[in-house]
Design a binder for this molecule. Sequence first.
Ligand SMILES: C[S@@+](CC[C@H](N)C(=O)[O-])C[C@H]1O[C@@H](n2cnc3c(N)ncnc32)[C@H](O)[C@@H]1O
Length: 326
Amino acid sequence: MYSMKLSSIQTVEVLRSAGEPSRLRILALLAREELAVLELCRVLDQSQPRVSRHLKLLADAGLVERFPDGAWVFYRLTGSGRCAELAAQILAAIDPADPVLQRDGERLQTVWAERADAAGEYFARNAARWDEIRSLYVSDADVEAAIMTAAGHGPFRRLVDLGSGTGRMLTLLGPHADAALGLDLSQQMLNLARKRVIEAGLARCELRHGDIFATRLSSESADLVVVHQVLHYLADPAAAVKEAARIVAGSGKLIIIDFAPHRLEFLREQHQHRRLGFPDVEMSRWLAEAGLRNVRVAELPPTDQAGLTVKIWTAERGQERQRSAA
Ligand SMILES: C[S@@+](CC[C@H](N)C(=O)[O-])C[C@H]1O[C@@H](n2cnc3c(N)ncnc32)[C@H](O)[C@@H]1O
């Protein structure tokens, strides 16, 4: 799409903003994924006021976008336009083996690893209580009915449930599928799910240890892919959406169930949530970027004091892609 060229003054402002070591490092980090201010502070080993000042300059120059999420603020590179092109050119000129940026990448991995350990430990500790914890927030029956409506009754050839936990989605949707697969990082969750699907009499249901970011499943191999209450824990939800979408078959659909934006900070502190819900516009963008279309959204307003609205986003691969792939 055509976007207006920058004036010489704007160009100098953009270059000045990027032309400082910490800010260049921030741009390189945000080129990997969106990050919260506190995460950037840890990687750069700089104070929050200092990092926030850098981010403000980058945002004023149009190089990054900020989006608040409860008490946290996340940043990402500006998605399109001349500033985005300029940022991409600057970053492309840097040697990928640059030691400073490599060290930042390693620190980012450490931050993620610590988070993943904390989340893994949380799920291991709470595996047996997960169904109870989940029902603290929403009415299971209403959510399940809405998921069935979004999915349709099939029959599905292959159902894939990413972040399957104790197997709730498998027992709900599995009876309508010829074959089902649940993937989860937590062995404790997988053990409970195995027991549950056996009790439910699901014959062709496999449970596998795996990572939503790298499922190793074949592209376009499932006609129903479900990601239920997983994205808000993840370091890079957009990457997870992309991987989930990759698996969706030509005539298939992806269903994502998560929360609408909310302000319950205790879920971060006590329950390892990273994101406090997702706005429709963000989810729709991720789905479109992942090659899915026809996004539909269902909403289940809160049933108790906690005030959490559950969202169900459904998107399809669509026939156009099927034809062009043929
Ligand atoms: C809140 S539970 C939801 C489980 C299930 N979908 C449900 O709704 O009952 C989130 C699940 O995601 C899993 N998980 C977290 N990060 C993951 C990852 N990177 N890959 C696969 N599973 C992951 C956790 O182990 C946990 O079982």
